[in-house]
Every structure is written in C-alpha cells, then in structure tokens.
Design a protein around this ligand. Structure first.
Ligand code: DC
Length: 234
C-alpha cells in the first residue's frame, strides 16, 4: 500500500467556513495553508483580463502557458494568502462575488483543472499542508492522511458569506448572495471533472448549528493523536 501524505484536506461548498477553519487549523498545527479556491479565482481574473473565450480550450491552454502566479503564505491565521499574478498583488480583487462566479465557471475547464491540480501537488509535496477547496481530498491529494468535508444549509452559508463580505467593506444583497451560492453549488457539484463531493474516507462535519471554533476543535481532536505520535518520534 502506498504511504499516506502528511496533508490535511478540508473540502466543502461555498460559504461553509472552510477558509476560516483551514486558517485556524493551519495556525494550530503550524502547517502551511493552501487555498486552492484563490488559485481558481486568480486564473479566472487572468483569463477575463485577457478577454479569452472560455469555450476555446486551445486558446485557454495556450494562455495558461504564460500564466505567472505565485502564492505567498498569509501573515497570520486571520489573513488571506497573498496571490500574485505576474507580480501584481491581486489578493483583494479576487475576493468579490463576481470573481467567485467566474472562478466557478473556469474551474469546469479541463485544462485549467489540470494545470492547477499539478501546481497544488507541487505546493503540497513536502507535506505539512492544510489544503482547502472542492476536490483536495478526492483528486489533488487522494493519499492525504486526514480528510474533512464541511457542509451547511445553503441559507446559513449565504448568511456567513454576506457577513464575511460586509466585514471586508463590500455592500452586498442577501438574496443575490443566496442565488449566487445556489448557482455555484450547482456548477461545482455537477461538473464532469473533479466535482464537489466528499471523499469516501473524509470525516463529514455538518456545521449549520455549530460555531467555527467548534468545527476547528472537532478537526483538531480528530488529528491530534497523529500529531502527538509524530511529535514523539522527533
Ligand atoms: O473556495 P472559493 O469560493 O474561493 O472557490 C471559488 C471557486 O473555485 C469555486 O466556486 C469552485 C472553484 N474551485 C474548484 O473548482 N476546486 C477547488 N479545489 C477550489 C475551488
């Protein structure tokens, strides 16, 4: 049997609280936080700026050859990771609801997934990574040692997203965010490649009625025996 990889995957639908949870788990374990959604958002921005027709996979593929994207670790467990596109810091620009919709759309393009999956595997190959997204447990890191899948009622997810966007200073309409959440759910769950779903060996956590800190606690409790074992081996 091949060896398990020292990676924690946290997948789930939009607005479920993955980013906050993943940042906190990474902070507590001193692992590196890998936000794969930020990569899809940045590629969405990149292709949009180039005015590429997303239905022309040859053109998309050629433009991805020129993609210069870098991820820099977050400064603390409250901050987003920093994404550079051709040297420009696009971390804030990619966080709008409109960019989320574009990311969801480009994420269904096979060449985009191939490119980003490969980059994510390179970033995770040394281990000690908390990877967050839609397919990190199923496709990117199938041999991850610990896998989690978070879910929550769509209304509650939309409410959390509204709160998060307002904290970032954006004016948003709740009904519109709920509609976008449902539309992204549909795109992400129904696409042909790497759809959003729980890995068979993922621990599922229903988060509708529990706080972020309780989710983090559940995850840390689950992984702590393995972390303690490793510390003892050092
Ligand atoms: O997690 P997020 O909201 O930043 O993700 C934006 C979009 O990117 C999401 O709607 C689908 C896509 N995505 C994906 O297809 N696979 C991932 N591993 C992460 C994100």
């Amino acid at each position: 049997m091949s060896e398990k990889q020292d990676v924690i995957t946290i997948d789930g639908p939009a607005g479920v609280g993955k980013s906050t949870v993943s940042r906190k788990v990474a902070g507590a374990t001193e692992y590196t936080y890998l936000d794969t959604g930020a990569m899809y958002r940045a590629v969405g921005l990149y292709l949009e700026r180039l005015g590429i027709n997303l239905d022309e996979s040859e053109t998309v593929s050629r433009s991805l050859d020129e993609l210069r994207m870098q991820l820099l670790p977050a400064v603390d467990d409250q901050s987003d990771i920093c994404v550079l596109l051709g040297g420009e810091d696009v971390s804030d620009i990619i966080r709008t609801p409109a960019m989320a919709m574009i990311a969801s759309r480009v994420s269904a393009i096979p060449v985009v997934r191939e490119k980003l999956t490969e980059m994510q595997r390179v970033l995770g190959k040394e281990g000690r990574v908390v990877a967050e997204g839609r397919d990190t447990g199923t496709v990117v890191f199938p041999m991850a040692k610990h896998k989690f899948f978070l879910d929550a009622d769509p209304r509650e997810r939309a409410r959390r997203r509204v709160e998060q966007l307002r904290q970032r200073g954006m004016e948003v309409d709740e009904a519109e965010i709920l509609a976008m959440t449902l539309s992204r759910d549909k795109n992400d769950r129904e696409r042909k490649i790497a759809p959003l779903k729980a890995a068979e060996d993922a621990v599922k956590i229903e988060t509708t009625d529990i706080s972020i800190d309780e989710v983090v606690e559940k995850i840390l409790q689950k992984i702590s025996p393995a972390l303690e074992r490793r510390a003892g081996e050092k």
